[in-house]
Ligand binder design. Structure first.
Ligand SMILES: [Zn+2]
Length: 426
């Protein structure tokens, strides 16, 4: 199947929950069922606590045809992303990661003042800001108006809109074509995947390059990262699925890098299928490894749910035992994945008295579903808890280092994924 952008209509991707959003095949195989859950970024104010809260199924399926792991589109992107609470700049390691990428990519593809770099879901400009000192023109596309406003204040050209064929055509009509299109942690969040990829192809200059970063499905399975499944992430990609997606849209996968971010991510490089750029050996290496690990075998996917359930039981067993002997426990962080974990396991303020976050937007609010209060980080120093459950476990090294002083009162960290583990900073 080869989808040419001209053949797409606006309804093309609005498939029912029972069809694969990439290849259109039937979705009949369950990957993991995490029960009913609220939207993981819908932090509540105190006034909202007594109101009804919408819950949606958090049930991931795997397509037996293309092996894309996916959720149904229970909620529209408009509901999710218009007022998004996630500001990328609040993680120091993430901003450093972005800068290293910009320096590398500008050198590798010799970007200059005549180039145009477009980032899809550009957030608060945490990444594009690093191109400005290099003199490389940029354009951010960001649907969340509150987040885009921060970027615009930093003088980063940003358009508040959803990216798709409609917008790509409008940009092309304005003479805007990209030498580099960046999509970091956005591909998973696109319900109409085929429209999005067709739009990237439309926006890309003949010699342009697309780089996409997304959490690796191989790592999700290997490291039991079931909590990275949430309604905002519609799709979970292996390189096998990415290659199929590229081919369907007249694109070519030429390179892949493996990154430590978000619990293990892939950065893929796509170009027009007729591009002279060669494919690196790394593509074949990763595809072969995924094959060896069984990612072309349905049984691999069907065995995942058991491991998620085991991790849930082990975490609850630890928390129950700690509470039974009078230990105090709080959380660190209020990331989206934390809310999947807390809701799936049923962990509320009866276990975690509060959690803390560096993002002031969340202070004074409550986690969706479980209603755990979110406080500034220094609340930990006042409460001196026995255990601190690290919800953004992908940042655990950074957090343990920053918070090592909890050893003064015997405080210890608990990491829930891949399985419950206690870290003693002393
Ligand atoms: Zn499929």
């Amino acid at each position: 199947m080869n989808i040419h952008p001209d053949n797409l209509n606006s309804d093309a991707g609005h498939l029912t929950a029972g069809q694969c959003r990439l290849c259109g095949g039937g979705l009949e195989h369950s990957f993991v069922d995490l029960g009913m859950s609220p939207l993981c970024e819908r932090f509540l104010t105190a006034e909202q606590l007594d109101s009804m809260e919408p819950y949606y199924p958090l049930h991931a399926f795997v397509c037996g045809e293309c092996f894309l792991v996916q959720l149904g589109e229970y909620v529209s992107p408009e509901q999710i992303f218009r007022e998004y609470a996630y500001f990328s700049s609040y993680s120091a390691s993430w901003v450093a990661h972005a800068k290293a990428y910009c320096d590398m990519i500008a050198r590798r593809f010799e970007l200059d003042a005549d180039s145009l770099v477009v980032e899809l879901a550009s957030n608060d400009g945490y990444l594009l800001q690093h191109f400005l000192p290099l003199g490389i023109p940029v354009l951010g596309i960001e649907p969340a108006a509150n987040v885009a406003k921060v970027a615009i204040e930093k003088r980063i050209a940003t358009r508040v809109d959803f990216f798709g064929v409609r917008l790509a055509q409008a940009l092309a009509a304005e003479g805007k074509r990209a030498d580099l299109i960046i999509g970091n942690n956005v591909l998973a969040q696109v319900p109409d995947l085929n429209d999005f990829v067709a739009a990237m192809r439309l926006l890309l200059k003949p010699d342009g390059v697309i780089t996409l970063e997304f959490p690796s499905l191989e790592r999700l399975i290997a490291q039991n990262e079931f909590d990275t499944i949430y309604h905002e992430h519609f799709s979970y990609f292996s390189l096998i699925a990415i290659e199929r997606m590229a081919t369907m849209h007249g694109l070519k996968l030429i390179d892949v890098e493996e990154l430590a971010t978000h619990g293990g991510s892939l950065r893929v490089y796509l170009v027009h299928i007729g591009s002279v750029r060669d494919r690196t050996n790394r593509v074949a290496d990763v595809l072969a490894r995924e094959h060896r690990l069984g990612l072309r075998n349905l049984a691999t996917y069907l065995s995942f749910a058991d491991r998620a359930q085991r991790a849930k039981r082990n975490l609850l067993a630890f928390l129950i035992a700690a509470k039974n002997v009078g230990k105090s426990i709080c959380g660190y962080g209020a990331p989206g994945k934390g809310n999947t974990l807390l809701n799936y396991c049923g962990i509320g303020p009866d276990f975690l008295e509060f959690t803390v976050d560096r993002n002031f937007y969340k202070h004074g609010r409550f986690t969706p579903g479980m209603h755990i209060p979110i406080r500034p980080v220094h609340a930990i120093d006042l409460a001196r808890p026995d255990y601190i459950l690290i919800l953004p476990w992908n940042l655990k090294d950074e957090i343990v280092q920053q918070m090592s002083h909890v050893a003064e009162w015997g405080g210890k960290f608990v990491v829930p994924i891949p399985d419950t583990m206690v870290i003693d900073p002393a």
